[in-house]
Design a protein around this ligand. Structure first.
Ligand code: G3P
Length: 212
């Protein structure tokens, strides 16, 4: 599935109106960029979006994150997926949440964090593809390693590729084993663009105008 990575309601509406965008991911930075409170933004996104709505826990302590998890899950229990950075203490929290609440391990930068997220019971694992390329050298290789770990365990855990900055990177992430992509609106729009497609459309237009 393609998700939109945004907390801007107007962008989410535009993406969902396209018909092929099925869900929405948010993160603390995106939510900090809009003036409404996170609760009301998530509630509005859940009203607009047909599929999953990802909210990332931000509270300081594990027990506060536990409370925050239940508070946000109750906004739309049929749609909310909690994003939780892939630390050991957070994956311990996941084991307590998952019987009730679907969870995604986010900011995953290694195969071994993927293994931990799988064992903890996460439904999704989220690599930051472009960031991993910038910081580690090859974000696509990271996706491949995560996909290999999932395959080795045989569990039905799905990769949501995030921090994807260009259409080519989106395609490469899928080839490497990502199941889903979360993309900014600009990258979603760019998925249908190629200069040679434009040239072909113009060429057909000239033929039609020429009366063939
Ligand atoms: O949701 C997190 C992800 O999209 C991060 O992207 O651009 O900050 O690496 P970026």
């Amino acid at each position: 599935m393609i998700f939109i990575d945004s907390a801007v309601i107007d962008e989410v509406q535009q993406a969902i109106a396209l018909g092929f965008v099925r869900g929405c991911t948010t993160n603390p930075a995106l939510l900090a960029g809009v003036k409404e409170k996170p609760e009301s933004v998530i509630k509005e996104i859940a009203r607009i979006v047909p599929g999953p709505v990802f909210y990332q826990l931000t509270a300081n302590s594990v027990s506060e994150r536990d409370t925050e998890a239940h508070r946000f899950y109750s906004i739309a229990p049929d749609k909310i997926v909690l994003k939780i950075p892939a630390t050991t203490e957070n994956m311990a929290l996941v084991t307590r949440l998952v019987p009730e609440i679907p969870c995604a391990a986010t900011a995953v930068f290694s195969g071994y964090q993927t293994l931990l997220a799988i064992e903890a019971g996460c439904t999704y694992v989220i690599p930051y593809v472009n960031r991993a390329t910038r910081l580690l050298g090859d974000g696509i290789k990271l996706v491949r390693e995560m996909a290999d770990v999932i395959k080795a365990t045989g569990r039905p855990v799905e990769i949501v590729a995030a921090s994807v900055k260009a259409p080519e990177e989106a395609a490469q992430a899928l080839i490497a084993g990502a199941h889903h992509l979360t993309l900014p609106l600009a990258v979603i729009s760019a998925l249908g663009e190629h200069p040679l497609s434009e040239a072909a459309i113009e060429e057909f237009g000239r033929v039609i105008a020429g009366g063939c």
